[in-house]
Design a protein around this ligand. Structure first.
Ligand code: ADP
Ligand code: ASP
Ligand code: MG
Length: 451
């Protein structure tokens, strides 16, 4: 039995939390491999470093050192602390070098924002050692996590990672050493760090589970499991006991922050069950995500929202009769790797849903195509995509009517609809300013009573 375990930022965010997590690891039977996020607040701090002029690098290093040492010194002592400090200072020297690096280097940001995981993994490995469990902190470079793609939006190469980890990580597991691996990034073919996007440690953990053929992946976080809505929006959201891969994948992709959008695929490929659990209440059973689920026949199980999107509408006479033109539009957008969250067509328009940040680049691409064929392009910024997941939403008669009836009750105009593309979810677009109300009304009406 081999368990892959991932601990998120709040789960490793303080000495107390690290102590709790080390006990969870020790109490887990069989072989295990661990993936960690940076301590909470650290990655956002590092994003601040890359987004602002570097006026006080010494101050940054000091702040960074303080936050980590505060936790480590509470948990370690004697020779082990000395040994830890030696490693810590080496990594801190690299951190210092990284933040002062060449800002025009395309990998500068990835190098800096991925630093937090290098420190949380080191502390956790030493905390385990202090409790008599053999552990080894491994950076993605040492663990063989191979990535490809553009800076700040890498993807793992599953095959290369599997062969890298077979050489570098499996021997440790065989010697009963617990590998503690940095989440959030892999390295490309030139050895440069590539991050997987914010929240990317969940994806790293799924990639690791895939690579070592884990029997189960446990994502340990700060809530009791995957819930019927974001508990920060809907305080009485209900924990879901069981979901299938498809449902969880749709919700994660469309905004349920509890899992990084790409977490499901690497485990689904190898049919590895995934559990979402609370590191603050390890006795709670959490949510089990796997290939099937007993049907409970609820209308809605969970609602998520992807915010900060824009609708780009292209008008052109009888575009519906010119499929080659529609293909060209999509190709142009794909050329710059912009994700299209939804597409909708009519006789003379095609509408694309993209992230607000991608609008300028998308318009530039589309304008490049304009040989008089495009009559007009309209942009509507600041919309959100609501993703409603339920049992056989599409098959049941009248379900969408009921859902849109509730949206109307929230005095909200639906801007775009995607129905039938997935058999587990119904997606529609509303103005950003209405998101919270719509999620609350849907939850209230179909899942539980909002306080
Ligand atoms: P971690 O640091 O462990 O990765 P995150 O903050 O990334 O934790 O994700 C956990 C948070 O996701 C929860 O605290 C919760 O606020 C939020 N969240 C959003 N949608 C959901 C949902 N459907 N179920 C559970 N949590 C959700
Ligand atoms: N530390 C990274 C972030 O905050 C990755 C993660 O926590 O999953 O985005
Ligand atoms: Mg997360």
């Amino acid at each position: 039995m081999i368990t892959a375990m991932k601990f998120g930022g709040t789960s490793v965010g303080s000495a107390e939390a690290l102590d709790r997590v080390s006990k969870i690891i020790i109490n887990t039977e069989g072989d295990k491999v661990v993936v960690v996020s940076a301590m909470s607040g650290i990655t956002s701090f590092l994003v601040g470093v890359v987004d602002n002029p570097l006026t006080d690098p010494d101050g940054i290093v000091e702040q960074f050192r303080f936050k980590h040492l505060q936790a480590a010194e509470e948990l370690l002592s004697g020779e082990l602390l000395d040994e830890f400090m030696e490693e810590f200072e080496k990594r801190l020297a690299k951190f210092d070098e990284a933040i002062r690096g060449d800002r025009s280097d395309p990998y500068y940001q990835d190098t800096v924002v991925s630093q937090g995981e290098r420190f949380s993994s080191l502390i956790l490995a030493y905390v385990l050692k202090s409790k008599g469990t053999e552990a080894r902190a491994l950076c993605s470079e040492d663990a063989g996590i191979i990535a490809e793609g553009h800076p700040l939006s890498g993807s793992a190469d599953l095959l290369k990672t599997a062969s890298g980890m077979t050489m570098k990580v499996k021997p440790l597991i065989a010697m009963e050493v617990v590998p503690i691996i940095t989440g959030f990034y892999g390295v490309n073919k030139d050895g440069k760090p590539l991050t997987f996007g914010r929240g990317g440690s969940d994806y790293s953990a799924a990639v690791v589970a895939n690579a070592i053929d884990a029997d189960v992946l446990e994502i340990w976080t700060d809530v009791d499991g995957f819930m019927s809505a974001d508990p920060r929006i809907v305080p009485n959201a209900i924990k879901i006991e069981e979901m299938n891969f498809g449902e969880a994948a749709e919700l994660a992709y469309f905004g349920a922050k509890v899992l990084h959008p790409r977490t499901i695929e690497p485990v689904r490929l190898k049919n590895i069950p995934l559990k979402v659990k609370n590191s603050f209440r390890p006795e709670e059973p959490g949510t089990l995500i796997h290939h099937l689920r007993r049907s409970k026949d609820e209308l809605l199980r969970s609602v998520a929202a992807k915010t900060d999107l824009s609708i780009i509408t292209i008008s052109s006479a009888e575009i519906a009769f010119r499929p080659a033109m529609v293909a060209r539009l999509i190709e142009k957008i794909a050329d710059i790797d912009v994700i299209i969250y939804s597409i909708s067509t009519s006789l003379s328009t095609v509408a694309f849903l993209v992230h607000n940040n991608d609008v300028t680049a998308t318009l530039k691409q589309l304008n490049g195509l304009n040989g008089g064929e495009i009559e007009r392009i309209d942009v509507k910024n600041d919309v959100a995509l609501i993703c409603a997941v339920g049992d056989d939403l599409i098959g049941k008669t009248g379900v969408s009517g009921e859902i849109f009836g509730a949206v109307k009750e929230a005095n909200t105009n639906v801007e775009m609809i995607s129905e039938g593309a997935s058999d587990v979810s119904l997606n529609f677009v509303v103005p950003m300013s209405r998101v919270v109300d719509v999620v609350k009304v849907l939850h209230d009406r179909f899942i539980g009573v909002t306080q």
